[in-house]
Design a protein around this ligand. Structure first.
Ligand SMILES: Cc1cc2nc3c(=O)[nH]c(=O)nc-3n(C[C@H](O)[C@H](O)[C@H](O)COP(=O)(O)OP(=O)(O)OC[C@H]3O[C@@H](n4cnc5c(N)ncnc54)[C@H](O)[C@@H]3O)c2cc1C
Length: 208
């Protein structure tokens, strides 16, 4: 069984950023995506044009657009905000344009250009990407996640990021942000088997 520093489950924008930045920092990273390509949902965003961000430079005002939950984005925005997002894409050769209301789109108005940048980011950083690979189970050992069972075999890691996207209907679930560093649980909702929620890693947000 292959072992990694970090396994990221889900190849949407969240998973790609987590995997790419961890690999850029020297970690051995595996990203597992059940679709044929990473960032499949990106292709339908912004009606196929992908609204990358909004040129609202003040994080507090940016968050106001997300209602009462908006404040929960503040920490993330201070760490990686609008300008960092724009720089991320422009430094990788993607021209951006700003439209009405400050909405920022790829210059050619094509969401595939965004998806390509995300895939290239991971390739350049050395992320091992497995597509058409569905994570079926995460196996716990002594109170921490030890490995994932997938449609392409088992893989173990020191840390795991679950970035499988949200659900359309909010049902009772356990909110967790699973990372190797200190994070607060936030608006990411997961449905876990009952025995998982009895262990205490989800309360601390730490696996290791
Ligand atoms: C119609 C529409 C338009 C949108 N327009 C915009 C826009 O213009 N701008 C914008 O910023 N946002 C937009 N969004 C929101 C944006 O799509 C999401 O915020 C973003 O995709 C969330 O990224 P994510 O990585 O958290 O999740 P996702 O993009 O959902 O990625 C999760 C990934 O996990 C994979 N996965 C799930 N379960 C497993 C498993 N068991 N094993 C392996 N892989 C798994 C999925 O296949 C998926 O690729 C739009 C959303 C929709 C629906």
């Amino acid at each position: 069984m292959k072992h990694f520093d970090l396994i990221v489950v889900g190849g949407g924008p969240a998973g790609v950023f987590a995997a790419g930045f961890a690999a850029s920092a020297g970690k051995k990273v595996l990203l597992l995506e059940k679709n044929r390509h990473c960032g499949a949902k990106v292709l339908i965003t912004g009606k196929g044009r992908c609204n990358v961000t909004n040129r609202e430079e003040d994080p507090r005002r940016f968050c106001e657009n997300f209602g009462r939950q908006g404040k929960s984005f503040l920490t993330a925005l201070y760490a990686f905000g609008v300008q960092e997002t724009i720089d991320f894409f422009e430094h990788r050769g993607l021209e951006l344009k700003t439209e009405r209301g400050g909405r920022v789109f790829p210059g050619q108005g094509n969401a595939t250009d965004v998806q390509k940048v995300l895939e290239r980011f991971m390739a350049d950083a050395g992320v091992v990407v497995k597509t058409r690979c569905t994570v079926k189970e995460m196996v716990q050992l002594e109170g921490r996640i030890d490995r994932v069972m997938t449609s392409q075999g088992s893989f173990s890691a020191d840390s795991f990021v679950i970035a499988t996207g949200g659900c359309l209907i909010r049902k009772p679930a356990v909110p967790v942000m699973v990372t190797s560093g200190p994070r607060m649980p936030d608006i990411v909702w997961f449905h876990l088997n009952p025995h998982w929620s009895r262990s205490d890693w989800w309360r601390t947000g730490r696996l290791n």
